[in-house]
Design a protein around this ligand. Structure first.
Ligand code: ADP
Length: 532
């Protein structure tokens, strides 16, 4: 037992925390590797998206810069009228988003616009732009060398976005600024749709947002980690192109699904581990209880053996000494020796039968028998003891009782056990009644005493092996706790059961049932109300 409790302590204090720890570590590792894998996948999606968005931004930048390049070639400040006329001829084809070109004389003090060529008929908008250029745009342009470099200004004035391309030219000792005014609305309507073209292999969604995050073009996109944005490099540099691969949304959904699956799997394995542990602990506790009961059993059986043995020895020695003077006394002593030896024999038989049941070797030999006859033999075996204790055994067998298929010896042992208990636990009762009746295809044998009864909490337990009830412990009645377990095994082997009906105040009524075999007997035979 000490070994058992040490093992239990080991399990509780070392194995349990170790198991919980390993479940936690496993959970951690699973989550971490899942998370890392997810990050890797995310990173590759982000990289693919970034490559895609860069390609789109560069393509659009290039389309604007190509138009500027045409103008850089074409616009010659010293021949501005010819240049402007030339440009207007090719404007629709080669510079579709340029709305007007302007030349400013930077060498003059007030920096006047010396040329203004517009593709639309001169209107208030052109005039507004000319004033905006002088007042607000010119001061913001970077005019430091290198002079010929093509530069862009992208800015909002009021609620309108402006894009101008500009470069400087030196001619005839003067410095000129050539400006190309791009029509931003036109860029949005005519060039931006090419951003969303599905030329790429991956399905994607694209939008363009301004410096304040307002959508200029395209649908709203989720702001998740897998939407990648990049600003235009040189032209519309205040705006950002966002791309979200459709695959990224699928990826996010798959990741969420995987997380739920992983969580459930980890939860399940943790529950199984902990459940297994609880089962082990319960089994250990049961084993310990059983070991405890077994050691009680050994002590009880030894005690049970010792008492009749010492009586046999004592009366045997008395007889041997020759000091017993009367024949009546001699007979009485001899009878005590015989009945105590019988008791010893019965006990040893009980233990041996129980051992067979425990090892699963209990074999029964069934044959068609009259229950009344078996009961009469069992009562006979107990009458000496009953007489000695001043009690009556009353056997009452229904006359029309059908036969049953039974192992005579086993049923006899079972009934002797029940009668023995009735005598043992009801020391003040005057009578023990044994009845046999047929009910619903079963033969019910009842052993009724006038003892203390069975406490309600004991009624189920007393049929378990080694268990002794309150009636035994309270009154220190000797016993081993295997009698009723044996009776239960025998009853069940006969297709029946053993139960106890006890009001708990006066008397117990044990009911042993066995399956009947056939119609009732024709002739009434067994004794009825026969005191023994
Ligand atoms: P034992 O009698 O050796 O203890 P049993 O298996 O025969 O073992 O009985 C189990 C327990 O059932 C007893 O310890 C006792 O508490 C209770 N018991 C059995 N028969 C009776 C009875 N006739 N009256 C009261 N209690 C009983």
């Amino acid at each position: 037992m000490a070994e058992g409790s040490r093992r239990e302590r080991w399990i509780t204090f070392l194995l349990l925390p170790a198991l919980v720890l390993s479940v936690l570590v496993l959970t951690g590792i699973t989550f971490r590797s899942g998370f890392q894998l997810e990050r890797l996948r995310e990173r590759s999606v982000v990289e693919a998206t970034l490559a895609l968005v860069s390609e789109k931004v560069d393509r659009l930048d290039k389309r604007i810069v190509e138009q500027d390049a045409v103008l850089v070639q074409l616009m010659v400040p010293e021949e501005r009228d010819v240049s402007s006329a030339e440009w207007l001829k090719i404007a629709a084809r080669q510079t579709p988003t340029v709305r007007a070109t302007l030349i400013v004389d930077l060498s003059a003090k007030d920096q006047p616009v010396i040329s203004f060529a517009s593709r639309s008929a001169a209107g208030p908008e052109d005039e507004r732009f000319r004033r905006l250029l002088i007042r607000s745009i010119l001061p913001e342009l970077k005019l430091e060398p290198p002079r010929g470099e093509l530069r862009h200004l992208h800015r909002s004035f009021g609620d309108q976005s402006y894009l101008v391309s500009y470069w400087q030219r030196d001619a005839d000792g003067r410095r000129y600024l050539v400006v190309a005014w791009h029509d931003v609305a036109r860029i949005v309507h005519e060039l931006f749709p090419s951003l969303a073209e599905r030329g790429d292999r991956q399905q994607s969604r694209v939008n363009v947002v301004d410096e304040e995050g307002r959508i200029v073009f395209g649908p709203p996109l989720s702001r998740g980690g897998l939407t990648v944005g990049r600003a235009f490099d040189s032209t519309l540099y205040k705006w950002t192109v966002n791309v979200s691969l459709s695959a990224s949304e699928e990826l996010a959904e798959a990741a969420a699904r995987r997380r739920v699956l992983e969580m459930s799997l980890v939860g399940l394995s943790a529950a199984v581990t902990l459940g297994g542990l609880v089962v082990i602990l319960l089994a250990l506790a049961r084993e310990r209880k059983l070991a405890h009961l077994k050691s009680d059993f050994i002590a009880n059986v030894s005690h049970e053996l010792k008492t009749p043995l010492s009586l046999v020895r004592m009366f045997g020695e008395l007889l041997q000494s020759g000091r017993v003077d009367t024949e009546a006394k001699r007979q009485q002593y001899l009878q005590i020796i015989v009945s105590e030896s019988e008791r010893l024999g019965a006990l040893i038989e009980n233990v041996l039968d129980f051992a067979k049941v425990e090892r699963g070797h209990a074999g029964y030999e069934f044959s068609r028998r009259q229950v009344g006859e078996v009961l009469a033999r069992a009562v006979d075996a107990c009458h000496l003891r009953a007489d000695r204790e001043g009690k009556r055994l009353v056997l009452d067998v229904a006359p029309d009782l059908p036969p049953a298929n039974l192992d005579e010896r086993a049923i006899e042992i079972a009934v002797i056990n029940l009668i023995d208990n009735a005598l043992k636990y009801a020391p003040d009762g005057e009578q023990v009644t044994i009845t046999a009746r047929e009910r619903g295809g079963f033969i019910e044998v009842r052993v009724i005493d006038q003892g203390p009864g069975i406490a309600p909490e004991d009624r189920r337990r007393i049929f378990e092996r080694f268990v002794r009830g309150k009636s035994a412990a309270g009154r220190q009645v000797r016993g081993s706790g295997i009698g009723l377990a044996l009776v239960k095994h025998i009853a069940e082997a006969h297709g029946g059961a053993i139960t106890v009906e006890s009001p708990g105040i006066s008397g117990s009524e044990f009911v042993l049932s066995v399956r009947s075999a056939g119609p009732p007997r024709a002739r009434p035979s067994a004794a009825r109300g026969e005191p023994r």
